[in-house]
Write a protein that binds this ligand. Structure first.
Ligand SMILES: *[C@@H]1O[C@H](CO)[C@@H](O)[C@H](O)[C@H]1NC(C)=O
Ligand SMILES: *[C@@H]1O[C@H](CO)[C@@H](O)[C@H](O)[C@H]1NC(C)=O
Ligand SMILES: *[C@@H]1O[C@H](CO)[C@@H](O)[C@H](O)[C@H]1NC(C)=O
Length: 309
């Protein structure tokens, strides 16, 4: 299938750029795309029912029982721990698709997937409601990049498409303005420093920091070091910010229960350090966002899911 966005890019560059422009990892191709890639940092101020900013941070592949045994749960004192949160499926990619789309859209693997441009995701309803959004993916080489990217010195996997919740949607990759809001951590730091963070965001650390290629202990340390200063940064946590830290999935050996904690200034101090045993999952995240900003729904599993608030 021909990608319309790449045709537009050929026109833009005035050259015969290959159709693989946005997936190519050759250094010349990356440098060329980086030099021209559109990057956008929209903001908005739509007042929500319970929070005015929502941030999701996903780590990789840890069972609930292991997470609660780890020191990372020092973060639990900062928020509400969800003690009955079940991930959707295995492997990674359909979990990420599910949290954006309200269903895994029949995806059952980590392969390069493309969902038809008529298939909607959370960003359609966010945009309809005027709620600004961005996703931040560590080590993505430039905004809108559609491939996988390795550490250029060591060759280790760094950024992977399967951990990006929006990249499988042609309704995102086929849009220049939506692609421009799929950014890296350089842009996160810039948006944070310039007070240009959006109201909805999804953050994926690289394969090292997420724990995928390391351990829970490593990922937990990364999460504490990343989140703690943000909680005292008013550009991030000012107003009513809700931060959810969780895992995409557990191991194949157990019931796919994962740890999730809700933090940030939107959580009243009286509820910090508490637990909640309501049945939740990745579709609850969508439902919570939909109710908070009165966005309607995607007509998928988001409709019947339990909301956090
Ligand atoms: C992150 O993306 C921006 C925008 O496309 C790009 O200019 C920058 O070089 C990227 N950072 C890294 C470390 O690749
Ligand atoms: C992941 O990011 C960290 C910095 O946050 C860096 O030290 C590490 O090398 C990166 N991992 C890979 C595989 O590039
Ligand atoms: C937790 O549980 C109750 C149900 O007892 C629910 O109404 C409440 O909103 C829940 N959510 C959170 C995040 O505590």
């Amino acid at each position: 299938m021909v990608n319309l966005f790449n045709i537009a890019l050929v026109g833009l560059l005035g050259s015969a750029a290959a159709q693989t422009q946005y997936t190519s990892t050759g250094s010349a191709a990356v440098a060329a795309a980086r030099a021209t890639a559109l990057t956008l940092s929209p903001t908005s101020n739509v007042v929500g029912r319970t929070f005015d900013r929502f941030v999701q941070i996903w780590l990789e592949n840890v069972d609930y029982v292991d997470a609660i045994a780890d020191r990372m749960l020092s973060l639990a004192t900062q928020g509400i721990s969800l003690t009955n949160y079940i991930a959707r499926t295995h492997p990674s990619q359909p979990n990420y698709v599910a949290v954006a789309g309200g269903t895994r859209h029949d995806i059952t693997d980590n392969n390069f997937q493309r969902l038809s441009s008529s298939i909607k995701s959370v960003v359609d309803i966010l945009e309809d409601g005027g709620v600004s959004w961005s996703i931040y993916q560590e080590d993505m080489p430039y905004s809108g990049f559609q491939g996988n990217y390795k550490n250029q010195l060591t060759g280790a996997d760094a950024y992977v498409r399967k951990h990006n919740p929006l990249m499988s949607f042609d309704s995102v990759t086929g849009s220049a303005t939506r692609s421009a809001k799929c950014k890296n951590f350089t842009m996160f730091e810039r948006d944070l420093a310039t007070n240009k963070l959006p109201q909805w965001m999804f953050i994926t650390p690289n394969m090292t920091n997420s724990g995928h290629d390391t351990s829970l202990n490593f990922a937990g340390k990364w999460a504490r070091n990343f989140i703690t200063p943000l909680l005292s940064n008013s550009n991030f946590n000012g107003g009513r910010t809700l931060v959810m830290l969780t895992f995409d999935e557990g191991s194949y050996e157990r019931n796919n229960q994962v740890y999730a904690v809700l933090m940030g200034s939107a959580v009243p101090s009286s509820r910090k350090g508490t637990t909640n045993s309501t049945s939740y999952g990745h579709y609850s995240v969508l439902k919570t966002v939909e109710l908070n900003w009165n966005l309607g729904n995607l007509g998928q599993n988001d409709v019947s899911a339990n909301a956090f608030f």
